[in-house]
Design a protein around this ligand. Structure first.
Ligand SMILES: Nc1ncnc2c1ncn2[C@@H]1O[C@H](COP(=O)(O)OP(=O)(O)OP(=O)(O)O)[C@@H](O)[C@H]1O
Ligand SMILES: [Mg+2]
Length: 255
């Protein structure tokens, strides 16, 4: 058998329910190392839940899950998001939420450097320098000392991306990072994400309704509806020649 390419996340028959509601119904998916995967699909289809399983914010009911070459046990202590199992794994994974979630009483720079300072116990000057470099990378060097409330939504989201990068994660998860933003601010954030995607030095899983980003920056697109992945493939194939009737109908509605 051919040796398998390294994967950042591997789902096999993964199911998840909330009470009577079956939200994920047997997910099989490999996210390869260094790839950019866009996760598309209608509201309520399970995209956020799938993403949250990858960094332990939700716990599956059945099936197997590997994250960064680590088997995620079903049940046991690792079922708790606060278990040391997840604290350790999450250091290798960055998460960017729709609602930014910056610390309001910390400056932009402090938001970026907080985790490296507390986790890695690096020298303060080195941390500051790295924090400034990260802010520069998202185009916000001049906002280092600004408070979140003094920043636009797009700027706050870019700080959140810099913060996620600060721990040098092997994988970055984005859950609709631009859907709370107006088009101009979305474009600033998308530009930063495109630059990250182009580097291909870490795995990106991006839940998004930005089809332009999916088409041009993603390697593959997965379409998730009603808890099932209806299709997954090269971004252009799925977006331009969807095989599944439901995928086609969804794209026709939104494009
Ligand atoms: N903590 C929860 N408790 C109960 N039901 C939940 C919970 N989280 C999500 N759900 C339900 O699970 C289903 C899938 O939700 P999920 O947030 O994963 O969808 P989504 O594809 O991300 O949707 P959207 O595009 O609107 O963000 C929805 O019906 C949602 O209401
Ligand atoms: Mg969601």
């Amino acid at each position: 058998m051919a040796e398998e390419a390294p994967v950042s996340a591997a789902f096999r028959g993964v199911t998840k329910r909330f009470g009577a509601l079956e939200v994920l119904r047997g997910i099989d998916l490999d996210v390869r190392r260094g790839e950019v995967l866009a996760l598309l699909g209608p509201s309520g289809g399970g995209k956020s839940t799938l993403l949250r399983l990858v960094n332990g914010l939700e716990v599956r009911d059945a099936g197997s899950l590997r994250v960064l070459d680590t088997d995620v046990p079903l049940g046991g202590p690792a079922a708790a998001p606060t278990d040391p199992f997840w604290t350790a794994l999450r250091r290798r994974i960055g998460f960017v939420f729709q609602a930014f979630h910056l610390y309001p009483h910390k400056t932009a720079l402090e938001n970026v450097t907080l985790a490296p300072v507390t986790v890695a116990r690096l020298d303060a000057a080195a941390v500051r320098e790295r924090g400034l470099a990260l802010l520069e990378r998202v185009g916000l060097a001049e906002k280092a000392d600004a408070w979140p409330r003094q920043l636009s939504g797009g700027q706050q989201q870019r700080v959140a991306i810099a913060r996620a990068l600060a721990m040098e994660p092997e994988m970055l998860l984005f859950d609709e990072p631009t859907s709370a933003l107006d088009p101009e601010m979305s474009a600033e954030v998308i530009d930063v994400m495109r630059a990250l995607a182009a580097q291909h030095d870490r795995t990106l899983i991006v839940v998004t309704h930005e089809f332009g980003f999916a088409r041009e920056a993603a390697d593959r697109v997965a379409f998730l509806e009603h808890g099932r992945i209806l299709e997954v493939g090269a971004a252009r194939d799925v977006l331009e020649r969807p095989q599944h009737e439901r995928t086609r109908a969804f794209f026709e509605r939104v494009l």
